[in-house]
Design a protein around this ligand. Structure first.
Ligand code: G4P
Length: 514
């Protein structure tokens, strides 16, 4: 076995709200692992220099930007795979789907703000999957919320136990260091300098700092939760780290613990039961299809998470959905912004494979005669809706072909109104519409017209009957791709009104139906 094969894998993604510091933390982690050849500079709005993990932005300026990259680093004998989760205007269903391909999530919270909306949305997906969540509370160099309040907020809002792995000594201007609870060492903070890890005695704390720390730790020991690896692995307890990504403070300590706490590749449910990562048969599933990464080549890359066995370039696999045999001749692994050809990869790894139009999001690829399928990816609740038509009615054939293929592939969701058969596209983020429009034009030669609707919530009818007179333009009755009845609500108000008025109708928000 090669060295690469024997290295344990830890595959994770960061969940956070824009500006919490995801890019900065990723950058620092990559630097520590030597996973970046040429360190990019943290994205500077003024300087126009982008962090390497933010390279999508650059792609965007060239034409169309689509979703995320995968990065790799080796740290203390562990191969770490980081999947980027696009936020900002790039937030889309792919951001959610990425979370189905990781074994651990790192939640970055801005300590001055606490839990924000996008973190909460992404957190729910992780919780649903029961994956371990490690928390990094960032921006300790700024005056933020009280650490104890932040822990209470996580426990209350996210309904999970916390365990503080380290504890701040001061914050903002008075930041002195962080105390590591596992070995009682202190990482001393001196602005602009490399941070030293010393014993508590050597940290040079003033009396009042020592007193406050003693008090806090006593409180955590007595009133706080007891650490449980089992709860962490079940996603019921989150280990919490304080630090400052920008100052590279607390990042190494975090990474050292991360390799211990993060989960190895997990078994995965399939049509033939659970598949173990050490099973000899190669298998994996596609969680994302990225089109036009390079506008010059107009290629499409399908991102595959390997769930079992080993991948070798040139191997023949079966696409479980159709039974088609495919040779995986062109495959890539991602090294920050660079694409490299990959010859071998193992369970837990992500590879990009060239797609000439064979794949759909959720597809299973495998070797051997024992053909099975991994469980379907959940449908994530869309938040924006738009009616779509072809600008030129004569192009309706191309329009339908493109529409159905892109919907099948997982680019966007499709709904229809009952009588007029209007097509309504549902998406999680604006980017999905841009990608759809661009691809319709470039791949199917159809100009489309989008009319945005005021609705923001989709609810599936799981029980009871909904008739026309119960709905109107504020609560629009539609069918999804599987002919299931869905109501699109304008907002929480119209949704709650409907629930009160028709309590016999049971509604569900997509993902918890599965
Ligand atoms: P994101 O990927 O989660 O969106 O966040 P990103 O890392 O881009 O960080 C958002 C902003 O927060 C950046 O500032 C970054 O420098 C800053 N930041 C990240 N970590 C820390 C930290 O530990 N302490 C402090 N004080 N700031 C931090 P910006 O003004 O948006 O960009 P820039 O022009 O400073 O680069």
């Amino acid at each position: 076995m090669s060295k690469q094969e024997t290295l344990p894998r830890k595959t994770f993604a960061i969940i956070s709200h824009p500006d919490a510091g995801k890019t900065t933390l990723t950058e620092k982690v990559l630097l520590l692992g030597g996973g970046i050849r040429k360190a990019g500079t943290v994205k500077g709005k003024k300087s126009g220099v982008y962090a390497t993990s933010d390279w999508m932005e650059i792609e965007k300026q060239r034409g169309i930007s689509v979703t995320s990259s995968v990065m790799q680093l080796e740290y203390e004998g562990v191969q770490i795979n980081i999947l980027d989760t696009p936020g900002h205007q790039d937030f889309s269903e792919d951001t959610y789907r990425t979370l189905t391909a990781v074994d651990t999530a790192v939640m970055v919270i801005d300590g001055t703000k606490g839990i924000e909306a996008q973190t909460l949305k992404l957190f729910k997906v992780c919780k649903m999957r029961g994956i371990p969540i490690l928390t990094f509370i960032n921006k300790l160099d700024r005056e933020g919320k009280e650490p104890l309040d932040l822990l209470a907020e996580i426990e209350e809002v996210l309904e999970m136990e916390t365990y503080a792995m380290n504890w701040p000594i001061g914050m903002g201007k008075t930041l002195k260091g962080i105390y590591n609870r596992s070995d009682q060492s202190v990482e001393v903070f001196i602005e602009g300098q490399e941070h030293q890890v010393v014993s508590l005695e050597e940290a040079g704390l003033r009396d009042y700092e020592t007193e406050k720390l003693d008090e806090d730790i006593m409180l955590l020991d007595e009133a706080g939760n007891t650490f449980s690896m089992e709860k962490v692995r079940d996603g019921k307890m989150t280990p919490v780290f304080f630090g400052s990504a920008l100052s590279n403070f607390g990042v190494q300590g975090f990474l050292e613990q991360f390799v211990q706490l993060a989960a190895p590749p997990q078994p995965r449910q399939s049509s033939k039961g659970e598949v173990q990562p050490n099973a000899p048969q190669f298998s994996g599933f596609i969680f994302k299809i990225q089109a036009n990464m390079n506008p010059k080549h107009r290629d499409r890359i399908a991102f595959l998470r390997i769930c079992s066995g080993a991948f070798e370039r040139g191997m023949d696999v079966t696409l479980a959905r159709t039974g088609k045999r495919i040779k995986l001749a062109q495959s890539h692994q991602f090294f920050a912004s660079e694409r490299e050809t990959v010859d071998t990869a193992y369970a837990g790894d992500i590879i990009g494979i060239y797609d000439s139009g064979n794949y759909q999001v959720g597809d299973t690829l495998l070797t051997g005669n024992d053909v099975f399928q991994y469980e379907e990816l959940p449908q994530f609740p869309p938040e924006r809706f738009a009616k779509v038509i072809a600008k030129n009615a004569l192009k309706h054939k191309h329009f339908h072909k493109g529409l159905h293929q892109l919907v099948q592939e997982g680019t966007i969701q499709l709904y229809r109104t009952p009588y007029f058969d209007d097509y309504i596209l549902g998406a999680v983020g604006e980017l999905q519409y841009q990608v759809f429009e661009y691809r319709m034009k470039n791949e199917y030669n159809v100009d489309i017209e989008l009319t945005y609707l005021p609705h923001s919530l989709a609810r599936w009818v799981v029980e009871g009957e909904v008739t026309d007179r119960m709905t109107d333009s504020r609560k629009l009755l539609v069918k999804d791709l599987h002919e299931r009845t869905v109501i699109l609500f304008e907002n929480d108000f119209t949704y709650n009104w409907f629930k009160d008025k028709y309590p016999e109708v049971k509604l569900s928000s997509g993902w918890d139906m599965l």
